[in-house]
Design a protein. Structure first.
Length: 278
């Protein structure tokens, strides 16, 4: 399937440069409030080449590539909102993310099958595929791991943590709420910058979805007969209030089926959503 419409001029680094300016302001505020906090940038996933380190220690950080141009030309843009980054090795730039894992020093292509990536890659593929106007089979999870990996590494996806400082094994709702109160204006500006068509809110109960509504899409309303979909017809933006991809309480199959059932209802009601943006 095609994810791009070639109707806009080349943009190159414009989104990256605006992200950089925003993160400099954000990091300054964080260090003023939390001097010892580690800051983790995020945003439009980099699309430069994926290369091994010469010394066999893993992958090189991915470069920006044509991510800004690709995002600008995408027929539909997917923004994934999660709570924060948990990594025992410290903070890192989420835009490097590929979902690949390093397998005991072997130069192999291996994508993590942890619940987080198993669900996130599948949801991303299914949502953008459905919004291309392709038929939805609620119970069919046919893409292979190779297909999902290639998709996740090339599609127009932005990954954003609402809380930009390094977290622990879990992010309490009170901690996330406090962060949004202090830095919410910056997160609002980040969402406005991306102008995504689909916003996938992962975890945080209703807190992330409510923040999107209150700070960015005030006319967001629940899509009738769905469990987790919200829509603003005036802005043609779809918000999905989802489980966290790592949530252990439901199977991958049941979460996928519930999301795709809602998407089928939504696209039957708003078929115009599948038309290209911009």
């Amino acid at each position: 399937m095609s994810y791009y419409q070639h109707i806009k001029p080349m943009i190159m680094r414009i989104f990256y440069d605006k992200e950089k300016a925003l993160f400099e302001e954000w990091q300054t505020r964080v260090h003023k409030n939390e001097p010892k906090a580690e800051f983790a940038p995020d945003g439009i996933l980099f699309r430069g080449p994926i290369e091994f380190n010469e010394d066999g220690t893993g992958y090189k950080p991915r470069t920006i590539g044509n991510s800004s141009e690709q995002w600008d030309r995408a027929t539909k843009r997917l923004l994934i909102l999660t709570k924060d980054l948990h990594d025992s090795d410290g903070a890192w730039d989420i835009r490097y993310d590929t979902g690949r894992v390093w397998d005991a020093g072997k130069y192999v292509v291996k994508t993590s099958r942890a619940r987080f990536y198993a669900n996130l890659t599948l949801w991303s593929y299914a949502l953008l595929d459905a919004c291309e106007g392709n038929p939805i089979d609620i119970y069919d999870m046919t893409p292979s791991w190779d297909e999902l990996r290639e998709f996740y590494e090339t599609a127009p996806i932005a990954r954003v943590n609402c809380k930009k400082t390094l977290g622990g094994k879990s992010c309490p709702k009170s901690e996330l709420r406090n962060h949004l109160e202090i830095y919410g204006d910056l997160l609002q500006r980040q969402m406005i910058l991306y102008d995504a068509d689909i916003i996938l809110c992962c975890g945080g109960s209703d807190l992330i979805k409510d923040f999107v509504k209150n700070s960015y899409l005030p006319d967001l309303t629940k899509v009738e007969d769905t469990e987790c979909l919200y829509y603003t017809p005036s802005g043609k933006k779809l918000v999905i209030n989802s489980y966290h991809p790592s949530y252990p309480g439901c199977s991958t199959e049941s979460m996928y089926e519930a999301m795709m059932k809602d998407m089928k209802i939504f696209l039957d009601r708003y078929p115009e959503f599948t038309t290209p943006s911009g």
